[in-house]
Design a protein. Structure first.
Length: 225
């Protein structure tokens, strides 16, 4: 899942990004409303974590602008503004959740996952295809009930293929989901991840196949169907 973090406190933002990275999210980090606007205009994010106290524009004004344009990306507001009126204003301005600073990182992660489990969003708790089961909360992959270790980006590719089982996932969509702005992506990076993923799945006895749709992308299928 790709997250946009808009937070101007560099050290704090770095800590949040590092923590979300460890939980399996791909995080783009920007520190101004203008940069946030550019980012959300160019990438389809699964969620946004938005600080209100930005140097160039109040976060609520940025949020209202998105909603007026029809952008319905889930937004979790971060703020030290702890009054009830402030929370109500944030939610009424288009926020999907409101988290007060300071907070425990475990709560932030849980709230993001809760947002993405809402109807119409993308994150289910457990995805099952054939004898492969992926727990999106624990980031645990099971094949025939046995835990399988897998590098984060290979797991990211598998997760997106499992979410769209039976449908073609374009190569550029996979790139967008598993790489952030700061990562340079080689022309064959997805091919390399898919090749390694196939070997890992086959070696573990997975009853799924990753098919290549030439010139478009990849498709995951249950080999029993």
């Amino acid at each position: 899942m790709r997250i946009l973090l808009i937070e101007d406190h560099e050290r704090f933002a770095g800590f949040v990004k590092e923590s979300l990275d460890k939980e399996g999210f791909t995080v783009d980090m920007v520190n101004t409303a203008a940069a946030g606007e550019d980012a959300i205009s160019s990438v389809k994010y699964d969620a946004v974590v938005l600080d209100l106290g930005l140097p160039d524009l109040d976060g609520l004004d940025l949020l209202r602008s998105w909603r007026e344009k029809g952008n319905d990306t889930p937004v979790l507001i971060l703020s030290a503004r702890d009054g009830v009126d402030e929370k109500v204003l944030g939610l009424n301005s288009g926020g999907d959740d409101y988290l007060l600073k300071p907070f425990a990182m475990e709560e932030l992660v849980a709230r993001i996952r809760a947002l993405l489990r809402r109807p119409g969003e993308v994150l289910g708790l457990v995805i099952n295809v054939g004898n492969v089961s992926f727990d999106t909360t624990a980031r645990e992959l099971l094949i025939d009930g046995k835990a399988i270790s897998m590098p984060r980006r290979e797991m990211g590719v598998l997760e997106h293929l499992m979410r769209r089982v039976g449908r073609v996932v374009p190569k550029d969509v996979l790139e967008d989901k598993i790489y952030g702005f700061e990562k340079e992506v080689s022309s064959n990076s997805i091919e390399v991840h898919v090749s390694r993923l196939r070997k890992r799945l086959s070696g573990a006895g997975a009853k799924v196949v990753v098919q290549t749709v030439r010139g478009v992308g990849y498709l995951l299928a249950d080999e029993n169907l």
